[in-house]
Design a protein around this ligand. Structure first.
Ligand SMILES: *Cc1c(COP(=O)(O)O)cnc(C)c1O
Length: 229
């Protein structure tokens, strides 16, 4: 059995165990396999092992892979998106997880409206208030969601976060704050109107803690594909 297939099985088992520890249905958490800087042949190995959901950070790199891997694969954009790249991003990806400012949302809406296409998005929150990181500040998320609610071609499915890079147990508090934000936004009618809201959080080092705290999408690269070049 190939190493990617083996890693997939281990990750899926750990994800399910974490969900069960938190009294959650294991089916309520999906794995976004982060394939940045992973060659297309290795992504194909994951597809052959039955995995069909991937995340990419760079548009140019993703373009080629998306073309080669065909229509049964679903792609999430998880990198920083420049406003002038809204058009290609909206055409290549099923979900853009990193919407953090109105200008970017406006540009996406403008391009989507031309062909009356709908795009699913997540709002990226800078939960650790880190200067070097993108994402809307927690206190500004509500206003951004209210503005985006006016755009008929953008469907906000939930929130995404990349907390400070710390030991898994130290990140737990940030994961918990994100879950609380989602719950508050649901109460305010800004999230969850078309089904359970998504919460994208947790990476190779801390996805089990993220699931215990309510993640519905874990973004795992290294633990699946090995160390990137
Ligand atoms: C690279 C990346 C990941 C995956 O990180 P690993 O530690 O390799 O699992 C997850 N989310 C984002 C936004 C990334 O850029």
């Amino acid at each position: 059995m190939g190493v990617i297939k083996e890693n997939l099985e281990v990750i899926r088992e750990r994800m399910a165990a974490a969900a069960i520890r938190a009294s959650r249905n294991p089916d309520s958490v999906k794995l976004v396999a982060v394939s940045k800087r992973v060659p297309v042949e290795r992504i194909q190995e994951a597809v052959d092992a039955g995995h069909f959901l991937f995340g990419e950070n760079y548009l140019q790199e993703a373009q080629d892979k998306i073309k080669k891997l065909g229509p049964e694969v679903t792609w999430h954009f998880i990198g920083h998106l420049q406003s002038n790249k809204a058009k290609p991003a909206s055409e290549l990806f099923q979900v853009v997880e990193t919407i953090d400012r109105l200008k970017l949302a406006k540009n996406l809406e403008k391009h989507l409206a031309i062909n009356d296409n709908i795009l699913s998005i997540l709002i990226q929150v800078n939960i650790g208030r880190e200067l070097q990181k993108t994402g809307v500040l927690p206190e500004d998320a509500e206003e951004l969601l209210q503005s985006i609610a006016e755009f008929p071609h953008l469907k906000v499915k939930g929130l995404m976060a990349m907390p400070p890079f710390l030991e898994p147990e130290a990140v737990r508090a940030y994961f918990r704050q994100m879950r609380q934000m989602v719950d508050e936004l649901v109460v305010k009618g800004l999230l969850g109107k078309d089904g359970q809201p998504e919460l994208s959080m947790g990476m190779s080092g801390d996805y089990e803690v993220a699931i215990e705290e309510g993640s519905t999408l874990v973004r795992v690269g290294t633990a699946l594909f090995g160390t990137r070049q």
